[in-house]
Ligand binder design. Structure first.
Ligand code: CTP
Length: 428
């Protein structure tokens, strides 16, 4: 095993490997034992790329981080209270440095109280055995797997297993993490862990965590490449009650989620330059059935960003927008006016919920043609024609754009003619 992981470490990208070796060198200078831990080790065994470097030291992590960042021109952020530090290298890579610690939870769902401890304690406080392994990186034991809790066995037998029976009570966000890892790796939550998870949900332990913290973990589930399986699994476990007490998702919602997945993928493939958050589309699908009056307080309780709230509130009018877009003989400028205020997430959602081909077609036309249409004439041209800047100038420019979208003006000269006519009207 030692050899296997040593080989895997040596097979990492040169950039990563040299960071690992340098961190180990600084740790040795500080007389510390140094380890890579958590998801990085899990993914090293699974041969999955992971750029989240999590280092743990038996000794003062902050001193090691200070020395390392000084030698590498990196940006250092220190969290003295937690004895941790984050280092961002000039290349953009990020590494977390933590002093090995023992944790206790004063009450269920609280943030943990920490004190220094050996690596074994640091690994014991973690969520699942597969995330509770370390790899030693000091020169004398470089690549040695530290696996007190049979994480390697569980990883190879594809099992998600908690470290102890109070795990979900201590930290209910682990309910969502269990489902996320199970679905991501195609593993199975092993029997005893599944019983504990169900018991935790039955006693509503998630209510012990502040809603924004719980939602962060749910958002990660929605950010997985294939999140529907996870949502389905969670729904089967009645794990969606944190959204609303009687929250249920039935087949029609799953059908729309499937369509959303297809549309998200094709949007992201086709429009690489346009930014869209896939998790937000899934979220909008999920909460579509909730009454509009419930949405603002729900989003507020999860601390949604204002721009996301705006998109979600717009999505509540999807049926009206679909109705507008399906009007016979709708002009390109009307399509433009209808879709322009919407986000890409809203458009993907519309394409996923409508059964009308023509609506999907209009959205596609907007994205491929209308959205990028620009008029040649500008405000300063209008000024030269004697117009004062202000609202009426904006309205004239809008009308010219509308005419261009509808093919009524096709050249700068035609735009200019129309501008003169409109300018004269505003003066008159
Ligand atoms: N961890 C934990 N309990 C949590 C969150 C994290 O025990 N509620 C521990 C796990 O050991 C985990 C590590 O902290 O491996 C890092 O957490 P995070 O970055 O959230 O998870 P990863 O396992 O790295 O997962 P991902 O691949 O999704 O980033």
């Amino acid at each position: 095993m030692g050899n296997l992981l040593k080989k895997r470490l040596c097979g990492l990208d040169n950039e990563i490997l040299s960071i690992v070796r340098e961190v180990a060198r600084e740790a040795e200078g500080c007389r510390c034992r140094a380890y890579l831990v958590g998801g990085f080790v899990r993914d090293l065994v699974l041969k999955r790329k992971n750029l989240d470097l999590d280092f743990v030291f038996e000794g003062n992590a902050i001193r090691v981080a200070e020395k390392f960042s000084a030698a590498h021109d990196a940006v250092l952020t220190v969290h003295k209270r937690f004895k941790t530090a984050t280092v961002v290298l000039p290349c953009g890579l990020r590494a977390d440095f933590a002093t090995a610690r023992k944790e206790s939870y004063p009450y269920p769902g609280s943030l943990p109280v920490v004190e220094d401890g050996p690596i074994r304690d640091d690994l014991y406080r973690r969520d699942f055995t597969i995330n509770a392994m370390a790899v030693a990186i000091n020169r004398k034991n470089f690549g040695e797997l530290v696996d007190y809790f049979s994480g390697y066995r569980d990883l190879t037998s594809k099992k998600i297993r908690v470290m102890h029976d109070k795990s979900f009570i201590d930290d209910p966000t682990r309910i969502l993490r269990a489902v996320r890892f199970e679905q991501r790796f195609n593993f199975e939550i092993e029997g005893h862990t599944l019983r504990l998870l169900k018991e935790a949900l039955e006693s509503n332990v998630e209510g012990n965590v502040k809603p924004p913290r719980y939602f962060v973990e749910f958002k990660k589930l929605l950010q997985e490449p294939k999140p529907i399986k996870g949502v389905n699994r969670l729904a089967g476990l009645r794990g969606l009650a944190f959204i609303d007490r009687n929250f249920k998702v039935g087949k029609p919602v799953f059908d729309i989620l499937q369509k959303a997945e297809i549309n998200i993928n094709s949007f992201q493939r086709r429009f690489k330059q346009r930014q869209s958050d896939s998790w937000l589309v899934y979220w909008m699908v999920l909460i579509a059935a909730l009454p509009s009056s419930r949405i603002p307080s729900l989003l507020q309780s999860f601390h949604f960003k204002r721009e996301d709230v705006k998109k979600i509130l717009l999505s509540k009018n999807s049926a009206g927008i679909i109705r507008d877009l399906s009007l016979k003989g709708i002009t390109p400028s009307r399509i433009y006016e209808t879709l322009k205020p919407l986000s890409y997430e809203n458009m993907i959602l519309l394409s996923s919920i409508t059964s009308q081909k023509i609506v999907r077609r209009h959205i596609k036309d907007f994205l491929l043609q209308y959205e990028s249409v620009k008029i040649e004439i500008s405000g300063s041209d209008l000024k030269e024609m004697g117009m004062a800047s202000g609202r009426s100038m904006g309205s004239v420019l809008g009308k010219i754009l509308k005419a261009k979208l509808d093919g009524k003006v096709r050249s700068v000269r035609e735009e200019s003619c129309l501008a003169k006519k409109l300018a004269a009207l505003t003066k008159g």
